[in-house]
Design a protein around this ligand. Sequence first.
Ligand code: AMP
Length: 413
Amino acid sequence: MTTFQDLALIKPILLALDKLGYQNPTPIQEQAIPHILKQQDLLGCAQTGTGKTAAFAIPILQLLDAKGPAKQRPNIKALIVTPTRELAIQIDESFSEYGEFLHLKHAVIFGGVNQHAQVQQIRQGIDILTATPGRLLDLIGQKLISLKDIELFVLDEADRMLDMGFIHDVKKIIQLLPHKRQSLFFSATMPKAIQALADTILSKPVKVSVTPESTTAETIQQSLYYVDRSSKYQLLSDLIANEIKDSVLVFTRTKHGADKLVKILNKRELSAMAIHGNKSQNARQNALERFKSKEIQVLVATDLAARGIDIDLLKYVINYEIPNIPESYVHRIGRGGRAGSEGIAISFCDIDEMAYIKDIEKIIGMKIPVVENHNYPMKQLEKKDTKAAAPDRRQSTQPKRNNGMAKAARTKK
Ligand code: AMP
């Protein structure tokens, strides 16, 4: 089996990957990284969940590191354009993780928030910028960003750009890039319009395509409880005490929600800890170790904190709160049922989250089986909190989705 050492990666990157617990490259990483390091253009047909972010982030870090410290800071060297704010944040976080032991600077920009902090960060000089198209064009228009020194350009999730109506913005951005550059293009599907776009961006690209190994439907047994938000913790503690009796990874949407849940579980004498972005790396690592060694039974995590955690033989994943990003559902449930064992994913949905379930079922291409007779049936049948449906959803209108994402639940080895 190929290792990261076989891919001729530099020590600081190997160290970071080791720290993250990555053992072997995924197929897209194995295929793409050597070509990108040779400075070739690349056309990657791969979905979220295949490890494609690392497939481009790792070689970009290595290529930029080889150039030494940037002499003239203000201009960005690598640009990654991605359709949603959530993806942008995740990509930027990947650069932090894989580049922890390097001295490259990176930042992320997206719309829907005040630009001040983003601009401040860019002013201090960065090497790698991850951006959504609208905010990027906006800051370019204000002359706060220049693309004239871009050496590496990544277009991520190109088919979704098209679905979300960003293609025009993408074309404008491409016009502003230097002619001489290395370009990487990723898309889950390759319809004609996307292929045509790729042709305008890439020069003699290497083509890499991965088909995820397993689908959500095949390897993970899923179920859905409709339950009021106020009854969720009771349902959770009953399930853990009476049915699960094993390690369980529980997902909440927010850091605050994760902490609150841990407190409740601890009160009911269930051993639980939380991992999320407000916890230090040490605290996260500690919680993870204790969970792996079965010292604690329940690990409560937010989506971002759970990225990269690899727990062999974990069977149960509970979506205590339904993710508002459908792909997160696929990522979350893919944490269970590793190494060929069967995973069980249980989701708790309250009235405010029903729309999220619809989105999820669209991308996984199936209905999640509903548990009908349970002890905490939903009583609240009208939406109380419209906020739950509103915050940090995708930036634009609801995108048209393709069912191809059904295959995104490839589990990592
Ligand atoms: P992506 O497809 O880039 O969204 O990645 C999906 C998930 O896989 C992320 O949570 C990554 O942290 C994780 N991941 C990526 N590459 C590896 C690897 N080689 N080994 C273990 N986990 C990985």
